[in-house]
Design a protein around this ligand. Structure first.
Ligand SMILES: [Zn+2]
Length: 270
């Protein structure tokens, strides 16, 4: 079978689409988790995360190196203290962080987004990168993260009643926005076109990552809120409950079937 990253015909591993390291707080003592969806009404327990034959051994190793950096950083973001990152606190809900290893951090996030897109598992059908799938594959193969304004990333940290909460992985449908920009021509008046941009988002280890799927510099954004190449990042803290909307799986949290399955997990783990 062909590895989706290096395209070599070789033995493939059962790869986690989202690395197992991010499931740590989600599994029960029997290494199980429950997938809650807006569409699937029947809940069931899944053993050991969602896997698929995607990558060869070498490519999996490459991803796992980046993921370990990301995980360490996210754990520290959660605790708001670190041996090598520096935190400063301005506004009550804003944390400013310096010292992030930009290259590994950004590649880890892009590699998760890319796996969500190449996966054929029905749970990840919300993530389809289209032409950007191949572009991001090349970035991941090169091991060099793109500039801060290319696939820019915003991160939000989640709490439940002021306590950092890492026990949820969430997916979101893509959101779109349009921006008007001028094409470089000599015509008068200049030609302006509206370009459509997609934002893809996912939540792992208590943080929601929003990525603007775009690889050219025409996008006009205020980089202040995005991950910077210098290793600087400003993150906003938000109560998880604020994400509860009609298209958010959080609205299922008080449903009877969801409560029942959590109770079953607790009873069987004892
Ligand atoms: Zn490979």
């Amino acid at each position: 079978m062909y590895c989706k990253l290096c395209l070599k015909n070789t033995d493939l591993r059962e790869s986690h689409i989202i690395s197992e390291t991010f499931y740590e707080k989600i599994y029960d003592d029997l290494h199980r988790m429950v997938v809650i969806s807006l569409k699937d009404t029947k809940l069931k327990l899944i053993q050991g995360g969602i896997k698929e034959k995607l990558l060869c051994h070498n490519c999996e190793q490459k991803f796992s190196k980046w993921e370990n950096f990301l995980k360490k950083d996210l754990v520290d973001f959660g605790k708001k203290q670190s041996k090598y990152l520096t935190f400063s606190f301005g506004d009550e809900n804003i944390i400013q962080i310096t010292g992030i290893r930009y290259n590994e951090f950004k590649l880890a996030i892009l590699s998760i987004l890319w796996r969500l897109s190449v996966s054929s598992h029905r749970y990840f059908c919300l993530y389809k990168l289209g032409v950007y799938e191949e572009k991001i594959r090349h970035i991941l193969l090169s091991g060099i993260a793109p500039d801060e304004s290319i696939y820019p990333i915003i991160i939000t940290r989640h709490e439940i009643e002021k306590e950092f909460y890492s026990g949820i992985i969430m997916q979101f449908p893509p959101k779109y926005f349009r921006q008007l920009f001028t094409i470089q021509t000599y015509t008068i008046p200049p030609i302006k076109i509206k370009q459509l941009f997609a934002i893809q988002a996912f939540t792992i280890w208590g943080h929601t990552f929003k990525i603007i799927v775009n690889d050219n510099n025409c996008l006009k954004i205020n980089l202040g809120r995005y991950l910077r190449k210098s290793g600087y990042l400003k993150i906003k803290t938000q109560e998880l409950i604020e994400l509860m909307s009609e298209d958010s799986v959080l609205k299922r949290i008080d449903d009877q079937d969801v409560n029942d399955i959590y109770e079953k997990m607790i009873n069987e783990s004892e």
